[in-house]
Design a protein around this ligand. Structure first.
Ligand SMILES: NC(=O)c1ccc[n+]([C@@H]2O[C@H](COP(=O)([O-])OP(=O)(O)OC[C@H]3O[C@@H](n4cnc5c(N)ncnc54)[C@H](OP(=O)(O)O)[C@@H]3O)[C@@H](O)[C@H]2O)c1
Length: 249
């Protein structure tokens, strides 16, 4: 129970990696506020997680929704100690020359500005209390460009730099900020890469750990970073990709 007494917000926790992180946090004793866009889906997920779980519908691309999320979390649990910026989208898997401005703005709003808004909202309280941990879910696509994935890679690369910048300034106030860079993990977001057997086999040919990553394998790392077990770690972008990036060396 290494997160006993802490309150965490996990965005995009109605399925996939965010849901696994919320479950792992609750198992470690944290109060967990989960968000996604649909209240019914969140209610259904919350009902399956033992512990203090508060489902709050919130579109992370909307400032008013984020404000409501923070207010609801604070009204219920008093404060926010841990923030996981996990919600993200990928609406523009296409050649760079086809990308239009509307997609650029939307990707920045959902994948990047959301993290900025949430960190701006919760970090002051963390600094005042002298303890906080922020975990931003980036991607190995934020470390290497992906064909037809410019906007996704760009937002993840920027999220890593945001992580390092906040870590530098907030560290002296007791707040650690880290990023996790998953490789391929079996979720709805990435199904294009693993549903088809041939595509999956191609992925696995260059991956030393010979299984498709599971959300729980990212959640364990999030627990480490969120808790005092990770007390000497800040400003890092930790890769969890089964060794896939080694293939590019
Ligand atoms: N899966 C991978 O291979 C992989 C690899 C590297 C990095 N990642 C990163 O891991 C994180 C989680 O991805 P995942 O694979 O678990 O995806 P996923 O299964 O598609 O889950 C995404 C979650 O985010 C929520 N969400 C999407 N748009 C939202 C919005 N505008 N506002 C609030 N919630 C929103 C979704 O709920 P609703 O749709 O109900 O709103 C859902 O709960 C993302 O940051 C992703 O970039 C994933």
């Amino acid at each position: 129970m290494i997160l006993q007494g802490k309150t965490a917000i996990v965005t995009g926790a109605s399925r996939g990696i965010g849901e696994a992180i919320a479950r792992a946090f609750a198992k470690e004793g944290a109060n967990v506020v989960i968000c996604g866009r649909k209240q019914e889906t969140l209610d259904a997920v919350a009902a399956t997680i033992p512990g203090a779980v508060l489902p709050v519908a919130c579109h992370v691309g909307r400032a008013a929704d984020i404000q409501r999320l923070i207010e609801t979390a604070t009204a219920k649990f008093g404060q926010v100690d841990i923030l996981v910026n996990n919600a993200a989208t990928n609406i523009a898997q296409e050649p760079v020359l086809q990308i239009d401005e509307a997609k650029f703005d939307k990707m920045v709003e959902v994948n990047l500005k959301s993290a900025f808004r949430l960190m701006q909202a919760v970090a002051p309280g963390m600094c005042e209390r002298g303890w906080g941990s922020i975990v931003n879910i980036a991607s190995i696509s934020g470390l290497r460009p992906q064909n037809y994935g410019m906007l996704y890679s760009m937002t993840k690369a920027a999220l890593i730099m945001m992580t390092q910048s906040y870590a530098l300034e907030l560290g002296p106030k007791g707040v650690r900020v880290n990023a996790i860079c998953p490789g391929l993990v079996q979720t709805a977001l990435s199904e294009y890469y693993w549903k088809d057997e041939d595509k999956l086999a191609k992925q696995m040919r260059t991956q030393p750990v010979q299984h498709l990553g599971q959300p729980d394998e990212i959640a364990g790392l999030a627990v480490l970073l969120a808790s005092d077990r990770g007390s000497y770690i800040t400003g890092q972008a930790i890769v969890a990709d089964g060794g896939r990036m080694l293939a590019s060396l």
